[in-house]
Structures are given as structure tokens and as C-alpha cells.
Design a protein around this ligand. Sequence first.
Ligand SMILES: [Zn+2]
Length: 417
Amino acid sequence: MKLRRTRHEGWYEIMSACPICGHKGWCGINKEMTIVHCMRVPSDQYRDTTIGRQYIHYLDPDRVPKTKVEIEIVRLVEKKPDFHLNRVYRALMKELGLSEFHLDHLRNERHMSEEAIRLREYRTMPDRDRYRVAKRVISRLNDQDDLLGVPGFFVAEGTYGPYWTMAGESGLMIPFRSIRNEILGWQIRVDHVPLELSLKGHIKGEILEEVDPDESGRRRAKCSLKVQDKRLEVILTEKDKKECYAKTGQFIFSVELKQAQRYWWWSSSSKPNGSSIGSPLPYHLALPYPCLKYWEVGEDPSALIDCSEVWITEGPIKADIAADRMVKPFLAIPGSGAFQLALEPLLALGCRHVVLAYDADVVTTPEVQRSLELCAQFFADKTDMSLSLAMWDISQGKGIDDLLANELVPQVSKILD
Ligand SMILES: [Zn+2]
């Protein structure tokens, strides 16, 4: 089991498959390996945190995973305060451009205007010479130490000694704005989505290399698998799940090649002198783009737009597009379970009515259904804001941005008065 230290003494984040839900990341385990805080499989006991509800599961002491435990040694640097992050990220903005490739994507696939793209300040994370960018950012600041504690930057070791550079895959960089127009983080929409193996049951394996896709364009990879001490090399195809059952019908293992996620936080938590984007994760307040021209750093946006009603969605570009089309403030949160992150900014904005606009395909999943109930409970307990749910048929568009692009509007119904 691969573990990563957390801020809570004696608790680790499980970086390999969680013994309860089988997914990687988010779930936690204690030092004694007796209690799991699973983010996905419900149980009667739970605790609520800023990243969502953690369900408490007690492991049977005789069934405690006997696999070797590896603890990642990470010399994490504490994330710097907001005003500092904003200063460094705005200096970075001046040093990064937007590639023709990403401009085309925003213009042609997202149907954004030139002015909207410019005012939203999207950038491109280059695939080379990143240390040059870092050097130019430093020259805009006071000294080298200013990059310490800023997620995304880290120190690499070169022939001539250590130097500052930037982590992450190359891709489109999307800035996350606070309610005072501070840039407090970035997500990268990666150009090349990596492949990953989803393994369940008695099987181990890893991807060796990606090979040419099949005739229908599905991606393929050469993988090394280990089943009952037998090692084999196979070529797996994306979305072609292999399952194995015993003659008795008992499940033995399954393996599937999948595309990993498209959006990643820009973070340098696993790098020397790097720091994590988390605790707390940033949210993103999207205003209609014409407001951005007049929105000074540190200024309350209420003078520019009515913030008594705020819409919440997942994904920063989605929020940007929806804010433009609906001419309303949108708050993007990282996942439907992360609604607690929205509380503070909503209260500060003086919001009275919150509208949740999650993707049409997720609203129907049990996981999101549960998080909607929790969300309603949370808002009822902590605020006197009313809460509504925006819904539409998936045939009209997956996300609210797709729906609005099709010139349709969602149906809004109150779930909490
Ligand atoms: Zn879990």
C-alpha cells in the first residue's frame, strides 16, 4: 500500500487502491491500519470535512492488508498566504503566452470570443524551457524565495546546482479567481491525457508503453500484468474490460485500460521544495467577462454584478462560459462533494439564493444524489440561503455550458427554502 502523510498526525492518504472502495487517492487510513476514512463507500459513521464526507470503516484486524507499506517522503512546504500567491501567479501570467492550439480550442470548440479569451487570462504551460519562465518570474519579484510555497513551482537539481522550474503536464492553464479577484491557483487541461490501468481483485500490473491505436482510434498500451505469480505482457485496448471468474462464478480479477482525468491541479506536492494546492483547495468565481475589465484586485464584485444569486458548478471553463451566457456569477468547485468550500465565499458575497448546476449525467448517480442531500442539510444548518437545483435532460447537453450553447435553459426547482 502506498501512503502519503497528511496534516493530521497518525493519518495517511491512501495513494494505491483503497481497501474499501478500490479507488486511488482521497481516502485515508490510520497508522495502525485499523480504520479507513473512505470518501466513496457509505457507512453509518462519518465525519464531514472540507473535501466532503468521509465514511468511517473499521478493518477486521485479521484482514488488515499485509502488503508492504511504502510512505512517500515529501518535504512539503506550507502554501503561502493568498496575497503572496496572487502576486506570484500574476507575475507568471505576464511571462506565459497562449498557444495557437489552445486559442483555437477556446475559439472553435468552446465558442468563446477573442475578448472573452483575453480577459479571462488563460495561459499555456509550455513543454520545454520552463526554467527560463521561472527565472523571469523571479526577476519580477523580490527574490528566489518568493517561489517557495507557491504550488506548481519546485527546485530541480542540475549539473550546475539547483534551480527553480515548474511542474505539471503541458496544457491549457485555467486561473482560479477568489471573490476578490486574486489568482489563487490553476488547473491544467492536459493536451495529452495519460492512460491508466484500473485493476480489481487478485491482479497487479503496470503500463509499459503506449502503442499505436487500433483501426477505430481506441488507444492501446503494452502492459505487464501479474496474476498468481505468473507475469505476462499483453497489449490492452481502451474501454475493453477483461474480467475473470472461477468456475464457481466467483469473481477473481478485472483489468481495464482507461484514460485518466483531463483536468489536473497545478501543484508540485511531490517535488523538492514544492507545495500542495490543497488545504484549502481553491474555488473559482466566474463573472461575465465584460465585468473583468473593471474588477480590481481586492475589490468586492457586488459593485459590478448582483451577487444575491450565485450558481455553482464543477469545472472552471464551464463556469466561465455559463457566466457569460447567463450573465450571472458562477462559482466553480472541485467536485460536487466539495460544497463546503463554497460557504465562506457565498456568505462574503451576501448571496441569498444558491443554484446547483451539476452535469446531467452525474445528477442521477447515487454518489451525487447523496452529496445533494448532504449539501441541502449543510446549507440548512449553516445559512439562511435558499437552495435550488438546475436540471435538464442529458440529450440537451451534458454540462450547463453545453445546454446553454444549444440555446436552451435549465429547469430550476427549489430544494430548500
Ligand atoms: Zn475508499
